[in-house]
Design a protein around this ligand. Structure first.
Ligand code: ADP
Ligand code: ADP
Length: 222
């Protein structure tokens, strides 16, 4: 599903985000990307979303070469990807339903189909009973679960998350990781950037470690 082949990213100001990075992720895998601040985790996610282009090497997502992707192709790429942010970026003046429905409204799906898929996504994160409430009425962990429902409502092949447990206490963080594992078991490839090593170590999933833009470790977290 993901192929990094000697991918380099040098920013216009001379900073090196990634240095000849190579690794593969197969469909259905669950992978953590870890490393200290500045290691290149966000750069890696932004390259997969085509928010940035590699300056060298080759990056393929589901067979598509992201080095040469055109602006017109980007919306089609993004349909295959769901993104979860640390700050879930929910709209507090809209209901849970409306927040989760937003990506489907942008895709122009009809109302019946939108309602069906929003209910299914909320069931996946065990929040079907909160559908009419507002994010402000929910706990922090519940809000993050709404963010996850919104990221998977269009049934993406790949789910990306950038420090999704950064604001949560350890118990809630473990619960949120359980939600990601559940989504992964249903077939979605999951890639999570996180520096919460204690939590990652308990999960026994593949962990790719970056340091100053280079890969320094790839294997099951222990
Ligand atoms: P210059 O001095 O050449 O203008 P800067 O260091 O100011 O370069 O950065 C140029 C752009 O890159 C700015 O928009 C800045 O916000 C962004 N930038 C610089 N360093 C980082 C960083 N570590 N993380 C994210 N963005 C950065
Ligand atoms: P992490 O997410 O692991 O903290 P980043 O990908 O944000 O790492 O940063 C990797 C390197 O790339 C750092 O040296 C950072 O300063 C640089 N960098 C990241 N974003 C920008 C940017 N927009 N402009 C310039 N330099 C950047």
């Amino acid at each position: 599903m993901i192929q990094f082949e000697q991918v380099g990213k040098r920013y216009a100001n001379g900073h090196v985000g990634l240095h000849e990075l190579s690794f593969h992720v197969r469909t259905g895998e669950f992978v953590f990307i870890t490393g200290h601040s500045g290691a290149g985790k966000s750069t890696l996610l932004r390259l997969l979303l085509a928010m940035e282009r590699p300056t060298s090497g080759k990056l393929l997502l589901a067979g598509q070469d992201l080095s040469g992707i055109t602006t017109a192709q980007i919306p089609f790429l993004r349909r295959q990807i769901g993104v979860v942010f640390q700050n879930h970026q929910l709209l507090f003046d809209r209901t849970v339903f409306d927040n989760v429905a937003l990506p489907l409204q942008i895709l122009g799906l009809d109302k019946v189909e939108i309602a069906r898929r929003v209910r299914a996504a909320l069931e996946q994160v065990s929040l079907q009973d909160k559908i009419r409430q507002y994010p402000g009425d929910l706990s922090t962990g519940q809000q993050q679960r709404v963010g996850i429902a919104r990221a998977v409502v269009h049934q993406p092949a790949l789910l990306l998350a950038d420090e999704p447990t950064g604001n949560l206490d350890p118990r809630l963080a473990a619960e949120i990781m359980g939600v990601f594992e559940d989504i992964n078991r249903h077939g979605t490839t999951v890639l999570i950037a996180s520096h919460d090593l204690a939590l990652i170590a308990r999960m026994r999933q593949r962990m790719i470690t970056l340091q100053r833009g280079r890969l320094i470790g790839d294997g099951e977290a222990a």
